[in-house]
Design a protein. Structure first.
Length: 175
């Protein structure tokens, strides 16, 4: 998958990176061309969190991107997805506070059905709600997100992905 950006952490003091994490994230589209965003709200070691983030998470040891996306979307959203994945690109970013390098892989996926989610304990503490918005609303939400701490890191990583996805979604609507 094409590397789109490499982003440094300019919010927390620089530290030696001690571990790496492969992550998959989805622009999950429903039948009305709305996409799902997780609303993150918490206070923890990262400080005050109040931002949106695309659903997804880390790959387990021998997990493929497809399998990880299916698992993460089921856990976070209760979503079953169609077996169609459109790769958008990769973003490498760093979280100095937890000494981690992230290799984020973004895909457009399509909702098949929606049921009950199965959040892990940490996710239930972080995810306040799930919102379904069109791509322009998503971009607007990200443009007005906090510009400090971890919210700023998520914003710098995902706003370019949303803008890239907007063009692809427009093409899909025309099919």
């Amino acid at each position: 998958m094409k590397l789109l950006l490499t982003l440094e952490d300019n919010q927390y003091p620089r530290q030696k990176i001690t571990h790496k994490r492969k992550i998959v994230r989805a622009i999950l589209i429903d039948e009305h061309f709305r996409l799902a965003l997780t609303k993150i709200k918490a206070d923890d070691m990262f400080g005050h969190r109040d931002y949106y983030e695309l659903p997804g998470g880390g790959l387990k040891k021998i997990e493929t991107h497809r399998r990880a996306l299916k698992r993460e979307l089921k856990e976070e959203l209760g979503a079953e997805i169609k077996n169609q994945f459109i790769p958008l690109g990769r973003i490498v970013d760093y979280y100095n506070l937890i000494q981690r390098k992230n290799d984020q892989h973004y895909y457009i996926c399509f909702l098949k059905s929606l049921g009950e989610n199965h959040l892990e304990k940490r996710e239930s503490e972080l995810i306040e709600k799930i919102v379904w918005v069109n791509i322009d609303e998503a971009i607007s939400l990200y443009e007005t997100m906090q510009n400090e701490l971890v919210g700023a890191l998520v914003k710098q990583r995902e706003l370019p992905i949303l803008k890239l996805a907007k063009a692809k979604i427009a093409l899909l609507k025309d099919l």
